[in-house]
Design a binder for this molecule. Structure first.
Ligand code: IVH
Length: 704
């Protein structure tokens, strides 16, 4: 591939993977599957192998873990946390073993399970736990000590002989599969969204602001490595990652990884009882195959996504060394996503908030990748045909990215002739209106957007969701109560709710006939919603294609709902981040009378429909118009999100990776690799004071 083409592809993929990482680790809401991430990473590695100049320090191939979020205090690890290289097949494993042998890495090997959990770094001083941190970017993590102290199996105080002065231990925290099922049932009963898999639930539980919530979630942990050890007589052993590796000497220190595990067990750490030391590669392969077998994959109380193989001898580990990201003496054998079979009992259709009618599979409940699945979307009529599934079929099911249930297709050999084809309904299952399908469109839609009860409920539910007004108390059951009990007809009536109207629904009233807490909370949150940023109000209006990103772009460019309503198609389409499809949807939306009456009702109820002090005539001339800013490291007065909001509010663009298009890099504490990249591209770098000067005086104020 030519260098220009390779550079372009590299930039595209890097952006995608960095964004995916941010969503996965910081927002706890993954958007792409692990498999897709791994494929992307491999493509990047291949590009870099052909064009080594693309291997910059901030390439996703060089990063360990994730960027850190600003919610918890950042702390620096004593030793950097490394990652692991992956293989995905028996052949790739053999290639790794050959390479390792070439560097002196032969048996005995230590085989252990790769826990699908959250990496944790624990520091003990004189045998007492003094700090626990998440992995973060491998150098700096987030301090989660109070939360980790609630994990029963992580010792607060070590016991036994030879306890070092300072001991840094690595491991994984996880939510046992059983606790995960229980937690999800509880969440669902409380009308809250369930977690997609044990890993997300574990992350959500560990990163709670209130450690009491963490304590209630019964997290577990397994340790698998040592970062730093300082002996009691001032001898220091500084670890590479999984085992200490230095010339330093600790009295009686083990000489193997497994020896250390036994020592850690003696001191009170939770060490896996499933690890195995074997002498030959064939035995390693047996271990890998054993746990790959669906019969054995769930034997451990935690979810696993593969097996980790380590050279057991620490002397050999030291001799083999590491790359910038991972040790050469260890490898992760990643398993493909788990596939199971179940019966397709029926295909039903659901109606979404914009009237889209989506078929979904109803299946005999089956456990896959950690949770029980009974439904999966089938997307649209064509997709059902393409998959070739019949009602009554045995189907193959997996979770894409361990998250989204996906029907792969039928097991045709299991058919007995009783199966029947699905017929897509021609009428809306909710309101009976004849469905329509536009030219070139794949979806059938219910055109009765005004009155269809399913659409009214879906719109209310979306409006209360995280991207809209974020009213947690208004879950699905609350929405159903509001509409079915006749408290509101649609979103237009929402802000006219009051204590009197809420009294009419049993959902908001207790046995004594008084309003429940959820009612006052709902009224309070609705009051707050009135002053939410303009982009959230746009999202809440349920305009087709206008999610948070497009809404932000529209809000920044126009400053008010009125200005957006009056803008021409071409003007809307010319806005960065909008384009003709969204522009068309916006124009269509504002041409419908009842939509305008929703806007009107909200306005009369006091919902702010414009950005205060925004001057539409100055849109193009706003302070940071055309300026792209990347923020890295920790700032004192702004969280990352606040800093990015401040840039956008001034008309600028905030992005996450440095490129030639970046106008300024704002670097706080621990800026890292983005700093180096900006410097190499000659991009001006601002500290926090410089950033404030940029916000108040524009680019000229910080001209260098
Ligand atoms: S050893 C230097 N062992 O997987 C090697 N890691 O994808 C350090 N992980 O960063 C890791 N189970 O957070 C090791 N049995 C295991 C593991 C394990 C899960 C995590 C760990 C690591 C990540 C790499």
């Amino acid at each position: 591939m030519e260098i220009d083409e390779a550079r372009k592809r590299h930039a595209e993929l890097s952006e995608k993977l960095l964004d995916a990482k941010y969503r996965y680790y910081v927002l706890d809401s993954p958007t792409i599957s692990d498999a897709e991430y791994d494929t992307g990473l491999r493509e990047l590695e291949a590009l870099e192998a052909g064009h080594p100049e693309l291997r910059t320090p901030d390439s996703p191939t060089q990063l360990v873990g994730a960027p850190i979020s600003t919610q918890f205090t950042p702390v620096e690890h004593l030793e950097r946390l490394l990652s692991l290289d992956n293989v995905f097949s028996a052949d790739e494993f053999t290639e790794w073993a050959d390479r390792a042998a070439g560097r002196g890495g032969t048996g005995p090997y230590l085989c252990e399970l790769k826990i699908d959990g959250l990496a944790i770094d624990l520091v003990y001083e004189r045998g007492r736990l003094t700090r626990a941190a998440t992995r973060g970017d491998g150098r700096t993590g987030e301090d989660v000590t109070p939360n980790v102290r609630t994990i029963r199996t992580i010792p607060d105080r070590l016991s036994g002989p030879d306890i070092p002065e300072v001991l840094e231990i690595r491991g994984e925290v996880f939510l046992p599969e059983e606790s995960f099922e229980r937690l999800n049932t509880q969440l669902q009963e409380a009308g809250k969204p369930a977690f997609a898999n044990p890993r997300n639930a574990g992350a959500g539980s560990l990163r709670q602001k209130d450690p009491r919530i963490t304590a209630s979630r019964a997290l577990g942990a397994i340790v698998h490595g040592i970062g730093r050890i300082t002996g009691s007589e001032d001898s220091e052993i500084s670890g590479s990652a999984s085992g200490p590796s230095d010339e330093g000497h600790l009295e009686g220190a083990p000489e193997t990884q497994s020896g250390w595990y036994e020592k850690l067990r003696e001191w009170g750490f939770p060490v896996s009882d499933r690890y195995k030391v074997v002498s030959s590669l064939d035995e390693v392969r047996e271990y890998i195959e054993y746990y790959a077998d669906p019969k054995h994959r769930h034997e451990s109380e935690y979810a696993i996504d593969g097996v980790v193989v380590k050279v057991d001898s620490l002397q050999t580990q030291r001799a083999m060394g590491m790359t910038s990201r991972a040790p050469r003496w260890a490898i992760a054998y990643k398993y493909p996503p788990e596939e199971v079979t179940t019966r397709l009992l029926d295909i039903q259709v659901g109606v979404g908030r914009t009237g889209r009618v989506t078929p979904y599979a109803v299946m005999e409940p089956v456990k896959v990748s950690g949770s029980t699945v009974a439904q999966a979307t089938l997307h649209n009529e064509d997709e059902v045909k393409r998959k070739g599934v019949l009602i009554g079929d045995t189907v193959i099911l997996r979770k894409a990215g361990e998250i989204i249930p996906e029907v792969l297709g039928p097991v045709t050999e299991k058919r007995d002739g009783s199966e029947r084809a699905f017929e897509f309904p021609r009428e809306c299952p909710s309101c009976g209106t004849t469905l329509g399908r536009g030219e070139g469109e794949v979806d059938w839609r219910c055109p009765n957007t005004r009155h269809c009860v399913a659409q009214r409920k879906e719109r209310l539910s979306y409006l209360a969701g995280r991207g809209g007004f974020d009213i947690e108390v208004l879950g699905w059951e609350g929405v159903v109560a509001l509409i079915d009990d006749g408290l509101v007809y649609d979103e237009g009536d929402l802000f006219s709710l009051n204590a009197d109207t809420l009294h009419r629904s049993p959902f908001f009233v207790n046995k004594a006939g008084e309003l429940k807490k959820n009612a006052s909370e709902l009224l309070r949150r609705l009051e707050e919603a009135k002053t939410q940023p303009l982009w959230r109000i746009l999202v809440a209006l349920s305009i087709r294609h206008v999610g948070p990103t497009a809404a932000r772009a529209l809000a920044d460019a126009f400053g008010s709902v009125n200005a957006i309503a009056e803008a021409s198609h071409d003007h809307l389409a010319s806005v960065d981040g909008v384009g003709p499809t969204i522009a068309g949807a916006v124009v269509d939306w504002f041409s419908v009378d009842w939509h305008l009456s929703v806007v009107d009702k909200w306005r009369r109820a006091g919902v702010q429909m414009e950005i205060g002090g925004w001057d539409p005539s100055a849109a193009a001339g706003r302070l940071l118009a055309g300026v792209t800013v990347v923020i890295t490291g920790t700032l004192e007065e702004f969280s990352r999100e606040e800093a990015a909001d401040a840039v956008r509010a001034a008309g600028g663009k905030a992005t996450s990776s440095v490129s030639k298009k970046t106008s300024f890099l704002v670097a706080g504490e621990n800026g890292g690799s983005k700093y180096d990249k900006a410097e190499s591209l000659g991009i001006p770098i601002l500290n926090e004071d410089g950033f404030k000067a940029l916000l108040s005086g524009g680019p000229d104020a910080v001209a260098q």
